[in-house]
Design a protein. Structure first.
Length: 253
C-alpha cells in the first residue's frame, strides 16, 4: 500500500467534497480512501508540505502508467487475436500517447480539478492532464484493487473514448514511415539541419530531407526532432505515402 491505513480515519476535509463528488462521477463509485485521490490531484491536507504531496502524486503517476500499459496490452491482445507483435505494440503506443491521454483527461473533466503549487491552472495544452489521469488510475488501484481498476480503464478510457478503427489509421511517426518507404524502395536519403537560430531556450530548427541529391521537403520545429518530423510529414504527403495495413490485425467482435 502506498498510504497507511490511518488515512481512512482522517477527518473528512469538507472543502474537498466537490472534488470527491467529481471523482465519483468520473469513476462511477465513491472513493473510500479519499486521501489517495487528493494526492492524485495534488490537493493537500493543511499539515502536509507540497514536497510530500508532489512525491505522492509522482508515485501514483508511476503506478498508473504501468497499470494502464498492462491493461491496454491485455485488451488489445484479446480484441485483435490475429494481430502480430508489431501491430499490437503500435496500437498500444498510440492509445497511451501523451496526446491521447490528455484528450481523454480533458473529456473526463480532469483539468478543472488539477492543482500545482497550490494554484489552479489552465492545463489543457500541457502533459499534466494525461499525467493526472495516470495518477488517478494509480489511486483507484490503491483504493480498490485490480478488478475495479480494470473496469475503469476498459470502460471509462477504452470503450468510452477510443475509436479503434480511427487509431489503426493514425501515424505515430512520419519519419519512421518515410524511412521505411526509402528502405523498401532502395532510395538514398538524408536529413540536413539547414538553419538553427534563436536563444537556447527558444531555438528554431530548419531541416531539409534529400532523396539522392535532390531536396524533397523542408520542415521547422523548436527541436531537431520536431523539425525532422515536420519535414517527414510533408515528404510523405508529397510522395503519397500512407501507413501500410498490418497482416492479421482483424478485431474480434
Amino acid at each position: 500500500m502506498l498510504f497507511s491505513f490511518s488515512n481512512f480515519f482522517k477527518p473528512f476535509p469538507r472543502k474537498h467534497k466537490p472534488l470527491l463528488d467529481a471523482i465519483e462521477k468520473m469513476c462511477d463509485f465513491r472513493p473510500s480512501n479519499y486521501a489517495v485521490y487528493l494526492s492524485a490531484f495534488r490537493q493537500r491536507f493543511e499539515n502536509e508540505t507540497q514536497k510530500k504531496v508532489n512525491m505522492s502524486y509522482e508515485r501514483l503517476e508511476y503506478l498508473g502508467d504501468a497499470i494502464i500499459g498492462s491493461l491496454i496490452a491485455q485488451y488489445l491482445y484479446n480484441q485483435y487475436p490475429e494481430g502480430n507483435e508489431g501491430f499490437l505494440t503500435s496500437m498500444r503506443s498510440k492509445v497511451v500517447s501523451r496526446k491521447a491521454l490528455n484528450r481523454i483527461a480533458i473529456k473526463l473533466g480532469i483539468p478543472k480539478w488539477i492543482k500545482t503549487n497550490g494554484r489552479s491552472r489552465r492545463l489543457g495544452t500541457t502533459s499534466v492532464p494525461g499525467s493526472t489521469l495516470e495518477a488517478l488510475v494509480g489511486a483507484i488501484y490503491v483504493d480498490n484493487g485490480w478488478l475495479v481498476t480494470k473496469k475503469f480503464v476498459h470502460q471509462k478510457i477504452l470503450n468510452d473514448h477510443i475509436n479503434f478503427s480511427q487509431v489503426e489509421k493514425e501515424i505515430v511517426s512520419h519519419k519512421s514511415l518515410l524511412i521505411e518507404w526509402f528502405q523498401r524502395k532502395k532510395k538514398e536519403f538524408s536529413f540536413h539541419v539547414t538553419d538553427e537560430n534563436g536563444a537556447d531556450h527558444h531555438k528554431r530548427f530548419s531541416v531539409t530531407i534529400k532523396m539522392g541529391d535532390e531536396p524533397l521537403a523542408k520542415g521547422y520545429g523548436q527541436s531537431k526532432k520536431t523539425a525532422e518530423e515536420s519535414a517527414s510529414k510533408f515528404a510523405c504527403k508529397k510522395l503519397k505515402i500512407k501507413q501500410r495495413g498490418t497482416t492479421g490485425s482483424k478485431r474480434s467482435r
